[in-house]
Design a protein around this ligand. Structure first.
Ligand SMILES: Cc1cc2nc3c(=O)[nH]c(=O)nc-3n(C[C@H](O)[C@H](O)[C@H](O)COP(=O)(O)OP(=O)(O)OC[C@H]3O[C@@H](n4cnc5c(N)ncnc54)[C@H](O)[C@@H]3O)c2cc1C
Length: 499
């Protein structure tokens, strides 16, 4: 009898979808994985998937797949891979339909018909919403529920290394909340560690999302690509000073919200035929320029009907900040870091260049987003390619000769089907005395140099500044390692831009 094991780094939508599909497809395929371990740096829900507001782009209204495909290519400046993009839009329909059949509750009109919304650069209404602007939260809960009780989850656990033997991955090194190290081994490792928003300020990402996965994958020898392709969102809420900032969803512009500057000018009118609903890169650049020339920018929601009920999550954040859209229709916004487009290169099954190492979700580069992601294509990417990773693993298991699994937990005490939930990390560990940058300074410099507008001279200066911080220092802790990963990622983004 064969015993097989899988480690999934990340409990966001991509990682959770791999786990759910490994379980459900095993019934169809007649072969399953005996042990699935999911690892999360914070709590299981603390990730970008949980924050997604806008929804899921999916061609539910036939025939729409061809225009979803061409909108994706156009928004991506024709740099998308046509094969993987076709997979995304075509298989996306089936994956989402299956979820609805299994009970996923999506927003419907008064007749019970599924309501589809519009977002930037979509030529048709095809954005599926859940709970108004709580799409990511509801979808993540739904997918996580499918594997609950059947996987081991290690929360507050930091993966510092993917272990490789030659060009084959066989395990991970983990630091717990007190920086105690342990090693976990498995037959397959899936990297689903999300993007890198915390490298920049301002950003709208979870505090957990600082780009560890890219650095960890690189050290394991995986091929990375398109590392300078970072997406900046045009509209983050510009009321509180701290990061992460609340995203002011593009869906609001889809419902009639319009960008205006402090002179009352609808400045996008002269910039792009789609005006405020132009592709994200175009709007983010123009917003940046408006601010750089001394103007403030706002999202005018005067024409958005039923704002408070249609966007309950954003409205609740506004109310907490004592901002009432019934009184003030101009929501102050600012562009900021949002999504990582490039990443760990994968084939159409999520395989990386390292054997037994898969990547999916935001950390992966499936090349579907070209150089600019079409709004709401990311959750779909997690669902479609998460399922493909699971299928590929089960296919490999079905054809593999029987062998003993590497499944060995050396130090970890979590039992099968248990959520190991140590106390969250309370305070920042001491990184003083180490040759590392101060986090905020790194974030500010990254935004200035490898942010929305990039100039060769500035990037070169930034690289020189980064070069003073060396790896391989003696004292090791999670905060120091995270900063080192961020420095490494900043160098990778810079190098890709400069090449
Ligand atoms: C505010 C906001 C709104 C968005 N709205 C939309 C939308 O409407 N539609 C859409 O399609 N997309 C949207 N996106 C993008 C989308 O949410 C993400 O791209 C997608 O959810 C990424 O999923 P993921 O599973 O790859 O990563 P995440 O959901 O970010 O999960 C990453 C996981 O990796 C873990 N992890 C990271 N590093 C480590 C480490 N070193 N050790 C252990 N674990 C680690 C984290 O703890 C987490 O569990 C939005 C993003 C944001 C930030």
């Amino acid at each position: 009898m064969r015993i097989s094991s899988v480690i999934i780094i990340g409990t966001g939508l991509a990682g959770s979808q791999v786990a759910a599909q490994l379980i459900s497809l095993s019934k169809v395929k007649g072969v399953g994985v005996d042990k699935i371990t999911m690892i999360s740096k914070g709590s299981m829900q603390d990730c970008n998937s949980d924050l997604a507001q806008g929804g899921v782009a999916v061609a539910l209204n036939e025939p729409d797949a061809d225009s979803h495909f061409s909108d994706t290519l156009t928004a991506g400046n024709s740099l998308s891979d046509q094969k993987t993009t076709r997979i995304l839009v075509d298989e996306g329909v089936e994956v989402v339909k299956d979820m609805i059949e299994q009970g996923l509750e999506v927003d419907r009109d008064s007749q019970g018909k599924i309501e589809l919304g519009l977002e930037g650069a979509h030529s048709k209404k095809r954005i599926l919403h859940l709970g108004g602007d709580q799409s990511g939260h509801i979808m993540l809960q739904f997918v996580q529920q499918q594997s609950r009780g059947q996987v081991t989850v290690l929360e507050n656990s930091f993966v510092s290394e993917i272990l490789v033997d030659g060009n084959q991955a066989y395990g991970v090194r983990i630091l717990d909340e007190t920086d105690q190290e342990s090693i976990l081994m498995a037959d397959f490792i899936i990297l689903a560690s999300g993007g890198c928003g915390q490298l920049y300020t301002p950003n709208a990402n979870s505090l957990m999302i600082s780009g560890d996965g890219f650095a960890v994958a690189k050290r394991a020898g995986a091929m990375l690509e398109r590392m300078s392709f970072v997406q900046f969102h045009p509209t983050l809420l510009n009321l509180a000073q701290n990061d992460p900032k609340c995203l002011v969803s593009e869906a609001i512009r889809g419902e009639g919200g319009v960008l205006v500057n402090s002179n009352g000018v609808e400045y996008m009118n002269g910039v792009h035929p789609l005006k405020s609903l132009a592709p994200r890169d175009v709007v983010a650049r123009e917003n940046f320029k408006q601010i750089a020339s001394g103007r403030s920018i706002y999202l005018d929601v005067s024409n958005v009907e039923g704002f408070k009920t249609r966007f309950p999550s954003i409205n609740s954040t506004l109310e907490k900040l004592h901002f009432d859209v019934d009184i003030n229709k101009l929501i102050p916004v600012i562009p900021g870091a949002h999504f990582f487009i490039g990443g760990v290169a994968t084939d159409e099954w999520g395989k990386t260049s390292v054997n037994k190492l898969y990547a999916c979700g935001e950390v992966a580069s499936t090349r579907v987003h070209g150089s600019n992601r079409l709004a709401s294509n990311s959750l779909l990417e997690c669902l479609v390619f998460g399922k493909r990773v699971a299928l590929d693993i089960l296919t490999a298991l079905a054809s593999a000769p029987e062998a003993k699994s590497r499944s060995t937990s050396l130090v970890l005490t979590a039992q099968r089907n248990e959520v190991l939930r140590p106390a969250p990390r309370q305070s920042s560990a001491d990184v003083a005395g180490l040759n590392l940058p101060e986090l905020h300074e790194l974030q500010v410099r990254a935004f200035d140099s490898i942010g929305i507008i990039r100039e060769r001279e500035r990037v070169l200066e930034f690289v020189k500044w980064l070069a003073q911080y060396s790896r391989n220092q003696i004292v090791r802790n999670r905060d120091a390692m995270q900063l080192e990963n961020m420095v490494e990622l900043a160098l990778l983004i810079s190098a890709d831009f400069l090449k």
